[in-house]
Write a protein that binds this ligand. Structure first.
Ligand code: C5P
Length: 228
């Protein structure tokens, strides 16, 4: 699946963008849009028939995350995330917010942000292990907590699937076609390479949202990812 990152500042730009598409999409609503518009943006997007990944990366003490997630559970979302750094108890408490619901969203964990470098991990955060080992440990913790998968770099998918099993979902940003601008992304792959690496969802923002023709850019990326 291709998830379009709706990194827009307001409702008007978001809805104008979505109205160009005449098929159901997977879209990602992040902190900018959610905090700017409030929860009503979820209802507005849902009315257009799209699937929503709410990317708020919850991270606090277990009880607070559980209470916050209970509020998010009232929204009609299809995927939501927490930070794996909050630990196994925090992640499993987050899941309990959906107890008793017929239609539960996929709950996934952020491993290490792609803005965190090995240098930062070692010298700023005094973490004595390697980035790869840290990412795998976060993924194993998320699995133990009962989560459905993780957000990670496409380059980490293979190791995560080996450690956590092929059913464990990976959601990967950092995707560019060869013809696209790299922007500020560092470790990138093409949609086709992401498929070969075995990821389930790719998250793509600017190559679609900033394209002259967003619908054809989306179709091209989807085609490349699906291997059609
Ligand atoms: O425009 P672009 O395709 O780079 O957008 C990628 C999206 O994925 C953005 O919303 C960005 O915040 C998000 N993301 C990321 N790297 C991560 C986690 C999330 O690029 N590690």
């Amino acid at each position: 699946m291709v998830i379009i990152a709706l990194d827009f500042p307001n409702k008007e730009e978001t809805i104008n963008f979505l109205k160009k598409f005449d098929e159901p999409l997977w879209v990602k609503v992040g902190m900018e849009l959610f905090y700017g518009c409030g929860p009503s943006i979820i209802t507005d997007i849902k009315k257009l028939g799209h699937h929503i990944f709410l990317d708020l990366k919850l991270h606090d003490i277990p009880n607070t995350v559980k209470s916050a997630m209970k509020n998010l559970a009232k929204l009609d979302i299809d995927m939501v995330n927490v930070h794996a750094k909050g630990g196994i108890k925090m992640m499993s408490e987050a899941l309990t917010a959906f107890d008793g619901m017929d239609k539960k969203p996929l709950v996934i964990a952020v491993t290490e942000l792609t803005s965190t470098s090995q240098e930062m991990l070692s010298n700023e955060l005094l973490c004595s292990t390697t980035m790869e080992k840290m990412v795998i440990k976060h993924a194993l913790n998320a699995k133990e907590a009962g989560l459905n998968g993780v957000v990670c770099s496409p380059l980490e998918v293979k190791a995560i699937k080996e450690a956590c099993g092929s059913d464990f979902i990976t959601v990967t940003p950092g995707i560019r076609l060869k013809s696209n601008s790299v922007d500020d992304q560092v470790r990138i792959t093409t949609p086709a390479d992401a498929r070969v690496l075995g990821t389930n969802f790719i998250v793509v923002g600017r190559p679609i949202t900033k394209a002259e023709d967003p619908v054809s850019a989306y179709k091209q990326i989807k085609k490349d990812f699906m291997g059609e």
